[in-house]
Ligand binder design. Structure first.
Ligand SMILES: O=C(O)CCC(=O)C(=O)O
Ligand SMILES: [Fe+2]
Length: 290
């Protein structure tokens, strides 16, 4: 991929890339999403994000869902997710943005973000791996570390849920920004946050964003959403992504039946994840709290 995407990604903390989902694949993914969304809403698939809770562990108390977790899980029998996750256009984008070689790519999370059925819901302003109580110095220190991972949202339908503060992945919050992001409450108007913009994705577009950019999201039950939400790392990060990734409980990825369903590229990426998992002791905390 020859582009200015990496420069923009580093400068703004996010970049929108079109066309990472070829047309026939998009239809397959739309159909797979319709099936897993139905299974999640019916309660059959219990790995889900529940309305009222922003971060894992997601409880099972609330009936409405805003996300489907672990779409590559073999129990879902939907091979199109793993085959897209390891597809050429996506791997080219990830290696460019990560600045690594393909054999250094580490398989990580793949979830689906959906509209709740009957409740409007919002996420508060947050960085995925820095707590809202961090001091300016703690924030500066956390943001100075290169995290060796990329995260993205790929919209199957038009998606205007996400808000970000461009370039905030490099800067501690200003006092005003801190005032808008220090409580557990979601904003009533996200654009009140100084510097905030709304990220609007047309169907088929992908936004890659630094997971420590200041961001929030709003979910409208009347606006159809099926947005592929995934991340990938590079082995250059060693175990630095362990907490962020392994807190989601990925035992199923160690099963032979999962590995057997992957192609050669996927198996190599999975082997890198398992190596990282084995290099740390299982006792991990959660990055953020609800
Ligand atoms: O819904 C989105 O686009 C953002 C989700 C998010 O920020 C998160 O899962 O931490
Ligand atoms: Fe987030």
């Amino acid at each position: 991929m020859s582009s200015g995407y990496k420069g923009l990604y580093e400068e703004q903390g996010y970049v929108i890339i079109p066309d990472l989902i070829p047309e026939p694949v998009r239809t397959e993914l739309e159909e797979a999403c319709a099936r897993v969304i139905a299974r999640t809403r019916s309660g059959e698939w219990t790995h889900r994000r529940t309305v009222g809770r922003q971060f894992p562990p997601f409880n099972q108390a609330h009936p409405d869902s805003w996300g489907v977790q672990h779409v590559m899980h073999p129990d879902l029998h939907e091979p199109s997710y793993a085959s897209w996750y390891t597809s050429r256009p996506l791997l080219d984008a990830a290696t460019e943005l990560l600045g690594c070689q393909e054999d250094e790519l580490q398989m990580e999370l793949f979830n689906l973000l959906i509209n709740p059925e009957s409740h409007a819901f919002s996420l508060r302003w947050h960085r995925d791996d820095v707590r809202e109580t961090a001091t300016v110095d703690e924030e500066r220190e956390a943001l100075a570390v290169w995290h060796h991972g990329v995260q993205w949202n790929s919209a199957l339908y038009k998606d205007s849920c996400l808000y970000v503060v461009p370039s905030s992945h490099k800067l501690p919050r200003s006092p005003e920004q801190r005032a808008h992001s220090s409580t557990m409450d979601a904003p009533t108007s996200p654009l009140d946050m100084p510097g905030a913009i709304q990220v609007v994705l047309q169907p088929g577009e992908t936004v890659f964003y630094n997971s420590n950019i200041l961001h929030c999201a709003t979910y409208d039950p009347h606006q159809r959403r099926a947005t592929l939400h995934a991340c990938m790392g590079s082995t250059r990060g060693g175990a630095s992504r362990a907490r962020n990734i392994l807190q989601h409980g990925l035992l199923w990825m160690r099963e032979d039946r999962f590995r057997d369903g992957l192609d050669g590229r996927g198996r190599a990426m999975l082997a890198n994840l398992i190596k990282m998992q084995e290099s740390v002791n299982g006792d991990l905390e959660y990055s953020l709290q609800n």
